[in-house]
Ligand binder design. Structure first.
Ligand SMILES: Cc1cc2nc3c(=O)[nH]c(=O)nc-3n(C[C@H](O)[C@H](O)[C@H](O)COP(=O)(O)O)c2cc1C
Length: 439
C-alpha cells in the first residue's frame, strides 16, 4: 500500500504540551518523602515531564510492548482500542504490542500485523482512541524469524532465520491452546535479505499511515533481528555473519531504510544484548550493546530502548552486575530501560540519570492507571499470568480494575460495555482454557 501521510499524528506531536497529571487528591497514605521516592523539591522522578524529540511527555512511565494474542486472524480488533485507551494518559507514551511486518513474520496466535490494508484500517480507530486521550503511540514492528512453526508460515514453509539451527522447547500453536515444537528454520540466502529489510520499511510506512506517532523496531528477545546480532545464533559466512559489524548489518540496514522512509525522529529500537531468549546468547553482550548504541547515534533516531541485563529470558531474571551505562553513554538520543522495574527502582533510575524513561510491562498490563497509582503510591493489582496470551476480548485484558473501583471496594467486574463488546466479538478462534507461553 502507499502510506507515508501520517499528518494527523504528526500534527498531534506539535500540539502544545499536554498538562501533567493532576496533583494527588486521595485518601491513600502518601508516606514519608523517602518512602514516596520524592526528590528534595518534593517531585516524584517518574512523574516529571520529559521532552523526547518533538514529543512533550508529561511523565516517564511508559507502557511496554505486550503481545496479547487477541488480534483474530492477525487483524487488530476493536477491544484493543479499549485496552490501550485505558492505559493512555495526557502526554503519556504507549508502545503497542509486537506487530508482524509480513506473512512470514508470525509465531504467536492472533498477534497483529501491519502488512495489509485491512490491518492498517483496523489499527486506525485504536490509534485514534489513544490520541483522543492525549497520549503518544508507537507501534512495535517485528519478525519472529525462527521463533515459529511451519503452521504459522504461508504454504507451511519453514520459518526464515540467519541460521538453520532450531530453537529448543515448545511454542503456542495458532489455535492458541495447543503447544508444538519450534520448526527447523531455513537460513536466508544473502540475496533475500534486502526483501526482509523492505518488509520492515513498508510496515513502518503503514504504521504512520495508520496514525501512529512512530515505530519501535523489535531488535530484542531472540527474534529475527536479534538472531542476526547474537553470535550464539548467527553462523553465517556472508557479510551478515562473523564479525560484530557483520552481525549488526541487518539491524542497521533496517534502521537506515526506515529512517529514510519516515524520518529518524519517529524511530526507536528495542535491544536485549544481555538476554538469551529462545537460545539467543551473545559472548560479548556489553560490546554488542555499545556497538549498536554508537552505530544508532549516527542515524539520529529518537530513542534506544534497552532491556536490563538482569532479564535473561521471559521467565528468568538473575542478579547481574552488568550495566547499561556504557550503552547509554554511547547513545545520543532518549535512553529507555525495561525489565523488572518497580516504582522504587524506576524512580531511582530516573533520579540517578540511568535512563530518561522507564517501561513497565506486567505492572502496566495489570494496572491500567499505573502512572496514577505511582503518583499516589497506591497498592497495585496483581497480574494474572494465565490470561497473558489467551484470546478473550475482556478477561485478563480490559477487566483489570481502576483505582476508583478498588476504593469503592467493588470486586473486579465486567462492565456493561465490555459485556456488549464480548457478545459482538465472540469469534471462532476462541477456545476454552488458558495457556501460558514463553514470550
Ligand atoms: C504478556 C507479555 C507479552 C510481551 N510481549 C512483548 C512484545 O510484544 N514485545 C516485546 O518487546 N516484549 C514483550 N514482552 C516483554 C515486556 O515488554 C517487558 O520487557 C517484560 O515484561 C519485562 O518488563 P516488566 O518486568 O516490567 O514486565 C512481553 C511480556 C509479557 C509479560
Amino acid at each position: 500500500m502507499m502510506g507515508g501521510t501520517g499528518l494527523a499524528a504528526w500534527a498531534s506531536i506539535n500540539e502544545p504540551a499536554a498538562p501533567p497529571l493532576p496533583p494527588p487528591a486521595c485518601k491513600i497514605n502518601m508516606g514519608s518523602p523517602a518512602e514516596n521516592c520524592q526528590t528534595d523539591d518534593g517531585t516524584i522522578p517518574l512523574l516529571t515531564p520529559y521532552r523526547m524529540g518533538q514529543l512533550q511527555l508529561s511523565h516517564r512511565v511508559v507502557l511496554a510492548p505486550l503481545t496479547r494474542c487477541r488480534s483474530y486472524g492477525h487483524v487488530p480488533q476493536p477491544h484493543a482500542a479499549i485496552y490501550y485507551s485505558q492505559r493512555a494518559t495526557p502526554g503519556g507514551l504507549l508502545i503497542a504490542e509486537a506487530t508482524g511486518v509480513s506473512d512470514t513474520a508470525q509465531g504467536y496466535p492472533h498477534a497483529p500485523g501491519v502488512w495489509t490494508q485491512e490491518q492498517v484500517e483496523a489499527w486506525k480507530p485504536i490509534v485514534k482512541a489513544v490520541h483522543d486521550k492525549g497520549a503518544f503511540f508507537f507501534l512495535q514492528i517485528w519478525h519472529v524469524g525462527r521463533v515459529s512453526n511451519t503452521a504459522y508460515q504461508p504454504g507451511g514453509q519453514p520459518p526464515i532465520s540467519p541460521t538453520n539451527k532450531k530453537v529448543s522447547g515448545t511454542l503456542l500453536m495458532p489455535s492458541g491452546t495447543e503447544s508444538g515444537e519450534y520448526s527447523e528454520p531455513r537460513a536466508l540466502e544473502t540475496k533475500e535479505i534486502p526483501l526482509i529489510v523492505n518488509d520492515f520499511k513498508m510496515a513502518a510506512r503503514n504504521a504512520i499511515a495508520a496514525g501512529f506517532d512512530g515505530i519501535e523496531i523489535h531488535g530484542a528477545h531472540g527474534y529475527l533481528i536479534d538472531q542476526f546480532m547474537k553470535d550464539g545464533v548467527n553462523d553465517r559466512t556472508d557479510q551478515y555473519g562473523g564479525s560484530l559489524e557483520n552481525r549488526c548489518r541487518f539491524a542497521l540496514e533496517i534502521v537506515d531504510a526506515i529512517t529514510e522512509e519516515i524520518g529518524p525522529q519517529r524511530v526507536g529500537i528495542r535491544l536485549s544484548p544481555f538476554g538469551a531468549h529462545s537460545d539467543s546468547p551473545d559472548s560479548n553482550p556489553e560490546g554488542l550493546g555499545v556497538y549498536m548504541a554508537k552505530a544508532l547515534s549516527k542515524y539520529n533516531i529518537l530513542y534506544a530502548h534497552y532491556i536490563e541485563p538482569r532479564v535473561k529470558s521471559s521467565f528468568v531474571e538473575v542478579e547481574s552486575h552488568a550495566s547499561l551505562a556504557s550503552a547509554q553513554k554511547a547513545f545520543n538520543g532518549t535512553f529507555i530501560v525495561a525489565g523488572g522495574h518497580t516504582r522504587k527502582s524506576g524512580n531511582e533510575v530516573i533520579k540517578t540519570g540511568g535512563a530518561d524513561l522507564v517501561v513497565y510491562g506486567r505492572l502496566f498490563l495489570a494496572n491500567p492507571d499505573l502512572p496514577k497509582r505511582f503518583q499516589l503510591n497506591a497498592p497495585l493489582n496483581k497480574y494474572i499470568r494465565a490470561t497473558f496470551y489467551t484470546q478473550d476480548p475482556v478477561e485478563g485484558y480490559t477487566d483489570y480494575p481502576f483505582l476508583e473501583k478498588m476504593e469503592e471496594e467493588t470486586k473486579p467486574s465486567i462492565s456493561d460495555e465490555h459485556v456488549k463488546i464480548k457478545e459482538h466479538l465472540k469469534c471462532p478462534f476462541i477456545e476454552n482454557g488458558g495457556h501460558a507461553n514463553n514470550h
